[in-house]
Design a protein around this ligand. Structure first.
Ligand code: GAP
Length: 446
């Protein structure tokens, strides 16, 4: 069946996400909360699958990367040393007439305010986007703490502890997945720019003379990771940050850009942070954060190559890339062609008719045999064609149908989401077969 040129728009995706339980506005019954979203049952699953895939590929499959799970709060000295107190700012401008605030680098200040139409801008000032909170029962300056705006600082602060505990030798990496918070001046485009977000960050420590080569290698690996999980190469682009326009810690930054429906924007950043962070934290804490090479008897302050990607932003891209609409005899068939590894629901069990007690009992047997290690749904309501459509719309790779022949020979059919092919399979082997298929390399049908 011909695939229409996927006309995915943000509106279509946002609507599907709400209807099918991927993403909900935070505090929806109170009118929402800007820059914060909740993840429904399928969104939670998609995110878990993205994080698990990332962790398996970077931490389990490699021998040179270990994991860390650090706290969101930290001694505020961390943010002073890292430069965030001073530099983690965005340029803020306000319209004096309507008092709306904007990021000065995202609007045209030679034009009138887009909200009220007046031309009356304040001067630009630097706005620190770290969220502040108070620790303990007093609200005074001495008890101020910050919610981390990136997960990686704890990796630098724990560098020696991790290296010593795991006896790692250069080059090696520390990976972390966790929440980060940014009081963004403007949020928007659904889950693209958030105030509460989650990051998957790798800090890869190398000898300074190996940094350039490690940068190229990690950039390539990270692009391939996206492509291997279903992102079209043609939708990706690289953007090299020019001198003078990089973050305060960066010697080199390349953004992996994605062609979103609202324009090309950063999906992932890859930075060479040099020895900025380790040097800063060593200086501020008075602790030695160098690496001691016991073969050459020399101390090295490693450079750090950092690929950093948002869980939220990558889930948005995986959803946009999965969204297909195809013409079929009932009109339009929407299919979320997730990579099977990322698909929230791996299989659905469908009894062909729900009135036959023996058939329903057998279906429950199949359903029970599949549950436990993956999310499997059971659906008996409506015509089977409609039930296939429902599963297609959430990207379930396999539908298992139990019919009258199943009662005779204990075989079921397995339907493939992408090819819509159905094969008969012995019921007893279905679990192994689904697991086998889920592990096969997957390529986009287009
Ligand atoms: N430690 C480096 C760092 O945090 P960044 O470019 O500011 O670098 C890395 O962020 C990634 O985190 C981005 O490429 C994006 O995927 C995600 N990210 C950053 N800010 C975000 C926000 N406000 N909302 C959603 N995702 C965000």
């Amino acid at each position: 069946m011909a695939t229409l040129p996927a006309p995915v728009t943000m509106d279509k995706l946002v609507s599907l996400c709400k209807r099918r339980g991927f993403v909900f506005q935070s505090s929806e019954i109170y009118g929402g909360f800007n820059g914060v979203w909740d993840h429904g049952p399928l969104g939670a699953e998609l995110r878990n699958n993205i994080k698990r895939a990332w962790w398996e590929d970077y931490v389990y499959k490699r021998t040179d990367i270990v994991g860390l799970d650090s706290a969101i709060l930290a001694n505020p000295a961390v943010w002073k040393a890292s430069g965030h107190l001073e530099n983690f700012t965005d340029p803020l401008v306000e319209c004096r007439n309507c008092h709306n605030r904007f990021r000065a680098d995202q609007i045209d200040l030679t034009r009138n305010c887009t909200v009220c139409g007046k031309f009356d801008w304040t001067d630009i000032k630097q706005f620190n986007t770290m969220f502040k909170t108070f620790v303990g029962p007093v609200e005074e300056d001495a008890s101020v703490a910050y919610l981390r705006p990136e997960t990686c600082q704890a990796i630098f602060v724990n560098f020696r502890l991790v290296q010593g505990a795991m006896r790692k030798k250069l080059p090696f990496g520390i990976a972390q997945i966790g929440k980060a918070f940014r009081n963004e001046i403007t949020t928007g485009n659904f889950i693209f720019r958030l105030r509460e977000l989650e990051q998957m960050e790798l800090e890869y420590f190398v000898r300074p003379d190996q940094a350039d080569a490690a940068f190229e290698e990690l950039l390539g690996i990270n692009v391939e990771w996206l492509v291997n999980h279903g992102v079209r190469r043609s939708k990706l682009d690289l953007y090299e940050h020019p001198d003078g326009a990089r973050a305060h810690y960066s010697r080199r930054t390349v953004d992996i850009m994605y062609d979103f429906p609202f324009g090309k924007s950063e999906l992932q950043g890859v930075a060479n942070r040099g020895d900025f962070d380790l040097t800063q934290h060593a200086k501020a804490s008075g602790r030695d954060l160098d690496y001691f090479d016991d073969e050459t008897n020399e101390k090295v302050t490693p450079y750090v190559i950092e690929p950093s990607i948002g869980v939220d932003r990558s889930s948005l891209v995986f959803m946009l890339e999965a969204y297909y609409e195809e013409a079929d005899k009932e009109g339009v068939r929407t299919v979320m062609r997730f990579h099977p590894r990322l698909a929230p629901v791996k299989a659905a069990v469908l009894p062909l008719v729900k009135k036959d007690a023996a058939l329903v009992a057998l279906s429950h047997e199949v359903f029970a045999s599949l549950r436990g290690e993956m999310l499997v749904l059971y659906d008996e309501s409506g015509a089977v064609g409609r039930r296939y459509r429902r599963q297609d719309e959430i990207g379930t790779p396999y539908c298992i149908t139990v019919d009258s022949q199943s009662l005779e020979d204990r075989t079921v059919t397995i339907r493939d989401r992408d090819t819509m092919e159905q094969v008969r399979f012995p019921m007893e082997g279905v679990r192994d077969e689904i697991n086998r298929r889920l592990r096969l390399p997957w390529i986009r049908p287009d």
